[in-house]
Design a protein around this ligand. Structure first.
Ligand SMILES: [Zn+2]
Length: 389
């Protein structure tokens, strides 16, 4: 009996030591998330993310801290239907600056590698700006310069909509949507070269295959995929194929994994289709009010929480995608780009920014060394940022 209790207490000690070690490692590492859409969510709902938004969103300032996130890149986004995307982008950037000004002790907008390190050492959230969609510069290189001056440090060449100079994955894979030759035109290549000169990361999440290869043939600096997963594990329209992953490895770039169930789990699409079929009537009436499917889908997923919960991608899949990339091109080319507050289905257990420490725990359980875990959590992104400056 005594032996039994000794065994129990050793087991307890082992597990509590394990719990401490992953939490300690997580806290000490510089944790970077390269994609979060909370700014858009705030503008849509009239929220501020320096309020506590638990139960409403995936993220807020308090929960970034609780999740151990040191560097958050905030996505500046609007769809292709906005009439003045550049001024919309500036409104979102204004919101971020206003939030930072209200919370000088908790966060700071950073534009360089050294500013980032300084903010992290002062235990402030280092907030960075990423522009999601080349359409936001309105075909004007001066507007690209202007966004750079305000702090934008990456630009996704397209969102789901193409820009006149770059075609998106969504449009390249659907002939009915495509109204221009695939890939980057001459102006698009000029944009990529200009981003290289500025030190603005070229983000290839969302772009079509042809745009991807044209950009890879043009860039002289390592690229970023700020929120993408592996096509071979889940053939979603904008996940990365093996030859693309290998090209990013060769270029010294980094792929940051998206947490969206539909990009991780190849069975998710069918489950979602069945769900939408079941609620078709309600969805149709929502689409009449706002034809952008994202909003109708979000409304339904909020309303039918239990059904949506059962559709979530299994937790292990995020790490299967990660292992896949590591096996293909090595541990120096992978990171995290959650897409929190831009997705309507997260993996099980990863319900919001607060759950980031579970990632470190799982990486340890999968046998990654502490050194490699620090790379995945943020070290690889820091190297990429420095290489682009
Ligand atoms: Zn996106």
């Amino acid at each position: 009996m005594k032996l039994y209790f000794t065994f129990l207490s050793i087991t307890f000690l082992f597990f509590s030591a394990h719990a401490q070690s992953y939490q300690k490692l997580h806290n000490k590492a510089i944790v970077v998330d390269t994609h979060n859409d909370i700014l858009t969510t705030c503008l849509e709902h009239g929220y501020s993310f320096d309020q506590y938004l638990g139960g409403k969103t995936h993220s807020d300032l308090q929960r970034f801290g609780e999740g151990g996130i040191d560097v958050q890149i905030f996505s500046i986004w609007c769809d292709g239907k906005q009439l003045n995307p550049f001024s919309y982008a500036n409104r979102q950037i204004d919101t971020l600056y206003a939030t930072a000004a209200r919370n000088p002790g908790k966060m700071r907008i950073v534009k360089t590698y050294s500013e980032l390190l300084k903010a992290v050492h002062e235990k402030k959230l280092a907030a960075m700006i990423g522009v999601e969609g080349g359409h936001m510069i309105e075909n004007d290189i001066n507007k690209l310069d202007s966004l750079y001056k305000r702090g934008a440090r990456y630009m996704t060449l397209t969102w789901n909509n193409s820009s006149p100079w770059a075609t998106s994955a969504m449009e390249e894979t659907k002939d009915s949507l495509l109204h221009q030759p695939k890939g980057l035109n001459e102006f698009g290549k000029k944009i990529v070269r200009h981003m290289n000169e500025l030190g603005m990361l070229v983000d290839l999440s969302h772009v079509g295959d042809q745009t991807f290869w044209d950009a890879m043939g043009t860039t002289t600096k390592p690229v970023l995929a700020s929120h993408s997963c592996v096509y071979n594990l889940c053939p979603a329209f904008r996940n990365l194929k093996d030859d693309q992953i290998k090209a990013i490895g060769k270029n010294g770039g980094v792929i940051h994994l998206n947490f969206f169930s539909g990009f991780l789990d190849s069975t998710y699409n069918k489950k979602e289709k069945d769900f939408l079929k079941k609620h078709e009537e309600e969805r149709d009436s929502l689409l009449k009010k706002n034809p952008e499917p994202f909003f109708a889908n979000k409304y339904l997923s909020d309303k039918y929480k239990d059904e949506v919960e059962s559709m979530k991608a299994p937790f292990h899949l995020l790490f299967d995608h990660l292992d896949y990339i590591v096996k293909l091109i090595g541990v120096d080319h992978v990171g995290l780009g959650s897409d929190y507050d831009g997705i309507n289905s997260t993996p099980q257990q990863l319900n919001g920014v607060i759950d980031f420490p579970l990632i470190t725990k799982e990486l340890l359980a999968r046998g990654y060394s502490k050194k490699n875990i620090r790379k995945i959590l943020g070290g690889n992104f820091l190297r990429l940022l420095k290489a682009n400056e």
